[in-house]
Design a protein around this ligand. Sequence first.
Ligand code: ATP
Ligand code: MG
Length: 421
Amino acid sequence: MAVKALKGFKDIIPGEVETWQFIEHTAREILHSFGCEEIKVPILEKTKLFKRSIGETTDIVEKEMYTFADRNGSSLTMRPEGTAPVLRAYIENSLHVAKPICKLFTIGPMFRHERPQKGRLRQFHQISVEMLGLDHPRQDAELMAMAALIIQRLGLTVSLEINSLGCPKCRPAFNKALLDFIGTIDDLCDDCLRRRESNPLRVLDCKNETCQEHYKDAPSILDHLCADCDSHFSEVKKGLDLLEVNYVVNSFMVRGLDYYTRTTFELITNDLGSQSAVGAGGRYDGLVKQLGGPAVPGIGFGMGMERLALLLQESGKAPQAKGIDLFIAALGDAAQERCFVICQAMRRQGLQVAMDLQDRSLKNQMKQAGKAKASYTLIMGEDELAQNRVVLRNMETREQQDITFTNDIENWCRELATVIN
Ligand code: ATP
Ligand code: MG
């Protein structure tokens, strides 16, 4: 029996890959316009990098990581998210020295051992962005506006939900208020019982309906922000208003990673069932220092490409595969030989060109040209060869023209390319 791919690991085949290229291309263009630079980081890291950054008691670290022992026994983990590896690289390469304000992005696969569902895979892909060096609230607004612009440029609509998680100064008071409140509930789910001990804030993220019903009355973190966090959050909202980015404040949004401080946000859609977040992120002012780097504030987000691709496909906005520029149909050995050379010369002109190498019938070759959605077909049979000419057919208008062939193939192809372009 043929060996199949792993559960939750998916091929992205031709026909689908155009959507991915469209997403990447669009994102790159916008990211560059905001001064973000691409960085490529390894997929495999030391496990302690994620334990230290994401947090020991988060779902990702407790349940979802692909962790295994290397041949020498050291514990390695397939990256479940992009922030920790990018910050590790930022620190290791001292990127802050040349660029006190450093904006980085990476695009690539992430790995989480989850139950695969629509829009939820074990290997999935993220556009992951980090803006380091500034804790100015306008930086937060700019980052969210950029995320919103990527979505908008893709032709999609999602809503932006924002919150502030405060800072180490004000969070303890909120944790206490939350714990007092949780103490009044007697039918918490097992997960929440565990979270209550390890990470009280995370109970608000519980998907259990009974719990959710209780938490509607939970205290709001926004009522517990210190003066600095409160004014930071007001300025973030003002920044979004200035840029005319729509948002809703959701004081129950807590993120599944421990490192967040102050601004957090999610990009939400209602079109993908329960997998509603297409992107999420927030500020992590203590994280770079915590990972052994300088005391540099930062904010970032991860955008899920599978979910973006699904939204594009389901709304009929996914780009179609483009056709080639030219198909060359040659009949007979001598014409085949000459066209083999023309084909290569046309490719040197930058055109997308295909030809049939098997000397099939003209009818068959025209069929191939149609399948390849060629804009033009060049036909050279025995007659044309003898008369030193080719027939160029515009596949859309069906107009045909004779073109005399010369032996200066390079120049001849350059001229032909101007006709086709
Ligand atoms: P969810 O609540 O859906 O599990 P999350 O909070 O775990 O999401 P993040 O860690 O914030 O997600 O990752 C950012 C984005 O990456 C998500 O908004 C989502 O679009 C995408 N994402 C996360 N996990 C997966 C997955 N297993 N498969 C596909 N996309 C994912
Ligand atoms: Mg998750």
